[in-house]
Design a protein around this ligand. Structure first.
Ligand SMILES: C[S@@+](CC[C@H](N)C(=O)[O-])C[C@H]1O[C@@H](n2cnc3c(N)ncnc32)[C@H](O)[C@@H]1O
Length: 551
């Protein structure tokens, strides 16, 4: 595709909305490295570099949670780096620094070595020399057990998307500003979409063609994407998808090894029936070849690959023994009431998948100890639990239900580990190495300074698991006030919000704006909001606690 001359600084005109990306969460990477046999540095004490950090929305929440770790963000957009530095000054951040520099000009020796290098939304969207430089620098930038995570666009998913990108680039060619290009590109998509349908009607074709369906799907994506994403995805001068095996080959040639996908579930393919899986495995020459085949099966369009130095020698398979060094967390309630009857081995209970709203999708669990462990985790959420404590809690639950486990305790433990691994690989569970500083009480609710600032500025906050959340309008007013102040001061601030019309508390659905019932209405609003913020989890209390396996 012929490139178009870019606007002078498209990131200055349309800065990238900068917020956290869960698959680059350092604790998740740390845990994944351990699963593949690497002695990754604990999140609470590590050094992190982000290449193409925009205005720091991915690094700030990490830096705030882990004050003993050090963070460096690099971006060539002076506008975005200035915004990041201003925010760092406002927040009083001491463990984060920002460099305005081109990746091509970086000197790895001067930067030093890192435990984690994050490169999200950059690799496919830069010219070839920058792509090559990123991979070439990593062996020098990474500590011996260090990990890099790189996201990039892949084929075959991008084949169809490129058709619409081609149209958008073609029609917006030559326009001087990124904003004008976006407007013209959107118009072009609408015009062609309507024309394809009109042509079908005109020639009397009954069903939409495969092309029409694919175009309509991409048009929906374009309609939903905010201008800044569209400018820096579809209209970016460089947007070069690759096949996964090409990426893996390039990484290997640069002295790196492929550890695994940040989305573990995509590697093991539990979405395929066993005979299909076996046929694909038999057809693939190696692990990379197998995952490449899976990309064709799923029409994959984006990957987050975890890499390490080749001399780190990651395992080819997940090491189940690594579970002993991890903490487990999950918040999904089972779809049935848990009782002595449902805990029994003859009853399968469905636990919904992590992050899925679909109640029907889920993992069916029969093993009593595993069911009790998952219920225990749900009760403890947002806290995570180490394996020995989890097993103890699960056994207590079974005992309370009058169920006794017969047979060898070691076998029960082995079955529990196997089931937990399966849950992890099916997204019914998440793992941590270091526990973030979760709030232990709701009396003086506190949200970190970065999230308070973001709530007021954009409405986006970063969960302590590095998940982004958009707050509803009421919480956007409340969160900036949650700095751990005493209850009376908080209630005074809330009354001011009510007086300004920014908050409308209700009792039994009826607005209460003044009078003796106001305090009670504000109390219950505060209680409900703090509970939901604690569950996200967004509420913090210092200091951070590290797991026994965290070293
Ligand atoms: C699409 S944005 C992604 C930002 C952020 N990592 C994210 O995913 O939200 C790409 C970023 O890479 C930066 N960038 C592009 N080319 C670069 C280069 N050669 N050196 C440094 N930064 C670069 C851009 O300025 C921009 O902030």
């Amino acid at each position: 595709m012929a490139p178009q001359p870019p606007p002078a600084d498209s990131y200055a005109e349309l800065p990238y909305p900068s917020y956290c990306h869960p698959l680059t969460g350092v604790d998740g990477l740390c845990a994944r490295g351990r699963l593949f046999g690497l002695a990754t540095a604990p999140t609470a004490r590590c050094r992190v570099l982000e290449l193409g950090c925009a205005s720091g929305g991915n690094l700030f929440p990490l830096a705030e949670l882990w004050p003993d770790s050090r963070f460096v963000g690099v971006d060539r957009s002076q506008t975005q780096i200035s915004a990041a530095r201003e925010l760092a000054a406002t927040l009083g951040s001491r463990n984060i620094e920002f460099l305005a520099a081109d990746i091509l000009d970086l000197d790895p020796e001067a930067l030093g070595r890192f435990d984690y290098v994050l490169c999200h939304g950059v690799w496919s969207w830069v010219p070839e020399p920058v792509r090559a430089r990123i991979l070439a620098m990593l062996p020098e930038l990474l500590r011996p057990a260090g990990l890099a995570v790189i996201s990039y666009n892949v084929y075959p998913g991008w084949h169809m998307r490129e058709v619409v990108r081609g149209l958008m680039v073609e029609r917006s060619r030559g326009l001087a500003s990124a904003g004008a290009q976006v407007v013209r590109a959107r118009e072009a998509v609408e015009l062609v979409h309507a024309s394809i349908a009109a042509r079908r009607a005109h020639i009397g074709a009954e069903a939409p063609s495969v092309y029409e369906q694919a175009f309509a799907r991409e048009r929906e994506v374009v309609r939903r994407l905010p201008d800044a994403f569209l400018a820096h995805e579809h209209l970016e001068q460089d947007n070069t998808p690759v096949r996964f095996c090409e990426f893996a080959e390039r990484a290997q040639a640069a002295g790196l090894a492929y550890v695994g996908d940040a989305e573990l579930d995509t590697m093991v393919a539990r979405d395929l029936p066993p005979d299909t899986l076996a046929a694909l495995q038999a057809a693939a020459e190696d692990r990379v070849g197998f995952e490449q085949l899976l990309d064709f099966v799923r029409n994959r369009e984006l990957r987050h690959s975890i890499l390490c130095r080749r001399d780190a020698n990651p395992r080819a398979e997940i090491d189940p023994a690594a579970l002993e060094t991890l903490r487990f967390a999950q918040h999904s309630r089972p779809l049935v009431e848990i009782s002595a009857a449902t805990l029994r081995p003859e009853t399968a209970v469905v636990f919904p998948l992590h992050g899925s709203d679909d109640e029907r999708a889920g993992i069916r669990v029969s093993d009593p100890l595993t069911k009790a462990a998952l219920v225990e985790l749900c009760a403890r959420w947002p806290a995570s639990v180490e394996l020995p404590a989890l097993e103890r809690g699960a056994r207590e639950r079974l005992a309370q239900a009058g169920l006794e486990l017969e047979g060898d305790p070691a076998q029960h433990r082995a079955q529990l580990c196997a089931s937990l691994l399966e849950c992890l690989l099916r997204r019914a569970l998440s793992v941590r190495v270091c526990e973030p500083p979760l709030a232990r009480s709701l009396t003086r609710p506190r949200v970190g300074a970065f999230n308070r600032e973001m709530a007021a500025r954009t409405g986006w906050v970063a969960g302590l698991d590095h998940q982004p959340f958009m707050l509803d309008p009421t919480l956007r007013h409340l969160v900036p006030l949650l700095d751990g102040r005493e209850r009376p001061a908080l209630l005074t601030a809330l009354r001011e919000l009510v007086a300004r019309g920014a908050l409308v508390p209700r009792r039994d659905g009826v607005p209460v704006l003044d009078g003796p019932q106001l305090d009670a209405a504000l109390e219950s609003f505060l209680q409900a909001s703090s509970t939901s913020l604690a569950r996200l989890p967004v509420l913090v209390s210092p200091p951070p606690v590290e797991s026994a396996g965290g070293e």
